[in-house]
Design a protein around this ligand. Sequence first.
Ligand code: C5P
Length: 220
Amino acid sequence: SRAQSLSGKRILVTAGPTYEPIDPVRFIGNRSSGKMGIAIADELCARGAAVHLILGPSALSPGKAGVEVIRVGTAREMHEAATTLFGRCDAAVLAAAVADYRPAKVAEQKIKKSGDEMQVSMVKNPDIAASLGQSKTIHQKLVGFALETQNGLENAQSKLEHKNLDLIVLNSLTDSGAGFNHDTNKITILDRGNKKREFELKTKAAVAVDIVDALQELWG
Ligand code: C5P
């Protein structure tokens, strides 16, 4: 973690969950805390990068005052903020747990309790990683994440290619202490040259150092 080694670089980070409203008081969300992405934003800032953190509904905030935080609620808001900013950035690290689907329509009034069953019809959200992957120039780098419950390496490899990422970080779910709401994580980083780097369980701050080292290596 060399100080100022990223000065002159502008980097976008997404973090946290998204909340997809059903009605004025309810939403569909997920258990992401935002910790991993916030740790990455802090590490990038510590190395002198200009950091834009697009943060979903998380109780947490970055530790470094230099990180510019853009708060969003839904996947569509996150997508809009990310596509607007990415053109000016040298890289994006997409750590957010974006909802794949949202309710097809948001009820204007609170939905009243009635029958024994109720259905919520869902439509697909935009894939931010895939959008940025499509617009990416040769000078821009993209880092994504994969959280899988089965066939982790194969699924991560396939996302790396289909979303046109430069690196993908596979989160282990089988190790205790890794993943959502923990202060520790255990990752494997895959690149486009079939290189696979496996790391030990460590604090999210230390994991962020490994991820930012790998990103920085792409620039040589
Ligand atoms: O396809 P999947 O959700 O597993 O891909 C995970 C990666 O793609 C993460 O980097 C996540 O932040 C990103 N993603 C995104 N927009 C979505 C879905 C996932 O940026 N709608």
